[in-house]
Write a protein that binds this ligand. Structure first.
Ligand SMILES: [Zn+2]
Length: 403
């Protein structure tokens, strides 16, 4: 009997924590209405959660009769979490509180051709620095989320493969970091972390069924259905960049020919610019690069496209149409609510969204596109680290449900 009682109590406490995490702040009456827990128990349980530093009382709200009631919210000092992302050149980490406020941020650039071991050691160092950056040294660190740029076995916390980091294969990241920090460690694919951040704080807030397309060096995609990620049986779902677009196209790093990312990605843009220069194509942007090759970058390309440079604008238009043709098939297959475009090329904004939208609307089933939203990702600053930190918060407050 006692056992059953204590189970019900911890179950009810978890339900209250989860509600407040999802809603920001609620009064006791609202918690009662949403959970059905008896009012006397709510008073007792919320008192305990306040004593445990998980909740605080903050501000007043109205109940149904218009009477003022104290609101309960998460105690920002109740814990911190770390979110970390890495790519072949750099490591970035954030320490945030329970209000998602950044307490500290660390960046590290790796030497060229850094080995897997160097990476792991630097990841550890960066996390140690973030832990020491908590000015109070009192707040419990609840866990560490890692956004991995390669293929991941997220259940085992193993980083399987990253084509751009030398000797990076089957790295047991969770095991290594658990041993070092004695904390819960979550490893997730970088694009999933970005979609998680957008779904919580950005352009994906109002959608449960959405696809995030990461237009960077290659193309990554993350699929969310009913608020959960879709992984596929081996976690390989979302390889949108390797959908074949033109079988007579150039050979791709995956061994196939004419994959989508050979036509739409930052690396495809750089290739097209070099190609155009070689073939004597004329435009102010290309002339500028002919004068000074240091001017060639994705940043300068986006700026020139926005200034309506003929070559850049038409390349963006063509990329948008190509991407739209592939997304049209994806929309027919999955019928999502929203398509989010993120990554480096998302800074093109409407210039890329409009041709994508136009093509999808023309080529997908009319019913599937009637209410389909197209959005540019909103979180510009380190969305993967943000999402990695949210992995931990979701685990702490929502349990396993996201996954
Ligand atoms: Zn490929």
């Amino acid at each position: 009997m006692e056992k059953r009682k204590s189970f019900a109590k911890s179950h009810h406490k978890a339900a209250i924590k989860r509600l407040i995490y999802e809603n920001g702040s609620l009064s006791r009456t609202e918690i009662q209405q949403k959970t059905g827990i008896r009012p006397a128990s709510i008073t007792q349980l919320t008192r305990e959660l306040i004593e445990e530093n998980i909740l605080i009382e903050k501000g007043l709200g109205n109940n149904q009769k218009g009477k003022k009631q104290r609101l309960l919210t998460l105690n920002p000092n109740g814990g911190t979490v770390i979110g970390i992302e890495f790519d072949p050149q750099s490591i970035h980490g954030l320490l945030i509180d329970l209000e998602n406020k950044i307490i500290s941020e660390k960046n590290y650039t790796l030497p060229e051709k850094a080995t897997g071991n160097q990476f792991v050691e630097q990841l550890k160092k960066t996390i140690h620095q973030l832990i020491h950056a908590d000015p109070t040294h009192m707040t419990p660190l609840l866990g560490i989320g890692i956004a991995d740029p390669g293929l991941v076995d997220r259940e085992q916390g193993v980083s399987l493969f990253c084509s751009q980091i030398a000797d990076w294969r089957d790295v047991p990241l969770r095991q290594i970091m658990e041993k070092e920090f004695q904390l819960p460690i979550y490893v997730e694919g970088n694009t999933n972390c970005k979609l998680l951040a957008e779904s919580l704080f950005g352009a994906g807030r109002n959608f449960q069924n959405q696809i995030y397309i990461d237009l960077s060096y290659g193309i990554g995609a993350s699929l969310m259905t009913h608020g959960s990620f879709y992984y596929g049986v081996q976690g390989l779902a979302g390889e949108l960049g390797h959908i074949q677009y033109d079988k007579s196209g150039p050979i791709c790093s995956c061994g196939s020919h004419g994959c989508l990312e050979m036509f739409v990605s930052s690396s495809a843009v750089i290739r097209s610019i070099k190609n155009a220069i070689q073939h004597g194509v004329i435009s102010p942007y290309l002339d500028h690069i002919r004068e000074n090759t240091a001017f060639l970058s994705i940043h300068s390309f986006i700026k020139a496209a926005n200034e309506n440079d003929k070559f850049c604008a038409s390349l963006v238009e063509e990329m948008g149409r190509t991407l739209g043709e592939v997304i049209a098939n994806v929309v027919n297959l999955l019928n999502p609510e929203a398509i989010l475009i993120g990554g480096e090329l998302a800074d093109l904004g409407d210039l890329i969204i409009n041709p994508v939208k136009g093509t999808v609307r023309r080529q997908s089933l009319e019913l599937a596109t009637r209410n389909l939203a197209f959005k540019v990702a909103e979180i510009k600053d380190r969305p993967a680290s943000r999402g990695a930190a949210s992995l931990v918060l979701n685990q702490v407050f929502k349990g396993n449900e996201l996954f």
